[in-house]
Design a protein around this ligand. Structure first.
Ligand code: FES
Ligand SMILES: [Fe+2]
Length: 321
């Protein structure tokens, strides 16, 4: 029995980082409660399909890439990226029903993403390109990758973003001003400012600077978080920080969260870069025991300083339809 009153949402979710899937790689990925095989063909196309061969059920992740197809280890039937059976080495005719069940794949922002819909509905929105990962790379430093295995569902992880008070009281960050959240179909945007003299850490605020964070979600599984106007330790140095986060529902109460973190070159060369990377990568450890043991309150008692939690839940509920 799931501890949540909703199923796994539909939308785009991560399969792996692009750099983890090299040409001719084949891997098994647990995705939304099922086993998928993910592979990259000789020409570089990434594809994903049900891990068990339509013929006699052999595990396709034990197969090999042959040209633009994946060859099953058991009887060498070959599967094209669109699921068609391209060859049966010992048959005169390929049966009409020889079609593997594929899932739509989109490769963007350094991620191989797959579409999940419980009723098999086709994708009706895309994941947008993020600056620093797809565009405007000149200003940005290298990408730092992190992966967290979290004992909760995608909605709870996403709710963390709009839960303004927990940043201060659980993570020890400065108090945030009220977030301005807007939604437009599958898109959600939250703009928030906070004052600090000491980036992202608690302390006396003198000579305060106003930091701006912008969070943009494309559906339930992909969110970019920008921190703008971030001051370096060196006087006069400022820059931007970007955290791109992509979730993968594994089961209904287990989710992999992948982060790509970038700093503008100005901050990467400043000690603030290391401080920010450390505080973000460690910060999620505060949330883990809470997620693991909390319950989901369908009708929570909320107060005026809580942030746009109700709006967030309403927005998220569209991905259960
Ligand atoms: S089980 Fe895959 S080819 Fe027979
Ligand atoms: Fe958190």
């Amino acid at each position: 029995m799931s501890k949540f009153p909703f199923p796994i949402p539909h939308g785009w979710f991560g399969l792996c980082f692009s750099h983890e899937l090299k040409t001719e790689d084949v891997k098994k990925v647990r995705f939304c409660g099922r086993d998928l095989v993910v592979f990259r063909t000789e020409s570089g196309e990434a594809a994903a399909m049900d891990n068990y061969c339509p013929h006699l059920g052999a595990p396709l992740n034990q197969g090999v890439v042959v040209g633009e197809t994946l060859r099953c280890p058991f009887h060498h039937w070959r599967w094209a990226t669109d699921g068609r059976c391209a060859e049966i080495p010992y048959a005169k005719r390929i049966p009409d029903r020889a079609v593997a069940e594929t899932v739509p794949v989109q490769e963007i922002n350094g991620m191989v993403m797959a579409w999940h819909h419980p009723d098999g509905r086709e994708p009706y929105f895309d994941v947008q390109a993020v600056a620093g990962l797809e565009t405007g790379q000149e200003e940005w430093g290298e990408v730092h990758y992190f992966e967290h295995d979290l004992p909760t569902c995608a909605q709870e992880i996403s709710e963390n973003d709009v839960d303004a008070a927990h940043f201060q009281f659980l993570h020890g960050m400065p108090a945030m001003n009220e977030a301005e959240a807007t939604t437009d179909g599958p898109l959600k945007r939250t703009v928030q400012t906070f004052l600090t003299s000491d980036n992202f850490t608690q302390g006396e605020v003198e000579a305060a600077t106003e930091y701006l964070t912008i969070r943009e979600s494309d559906g339930p599984g992909s969110t970019s978080v920008w921190a703008k106007n971030v001051a370096g330790v060196t006087p006069g140095v400022t820059g931007e920080f970007l955290l791109y986060n992509v979730t993968t529902p594994v089961e209904d109460d287990r989710t992999i969260l992948r982060w790509s973190i970038l700093l503008t070159k100005s901050l990467e060369q400043d000690d603030m870069g290391k401080t920010l990377l450390f505080s973000f990568s460690e910060g999620v450890k505060d949330d883990i025991p809470i997620w693991r043991d909390k319950v989901y309150r369908e009708n929570p008692v909320l107060c005026d300083g809580d942030g746009p939690i109700a709006l967030h839940r309403k927005w998220f509920s569209q991905f259960y339809e």
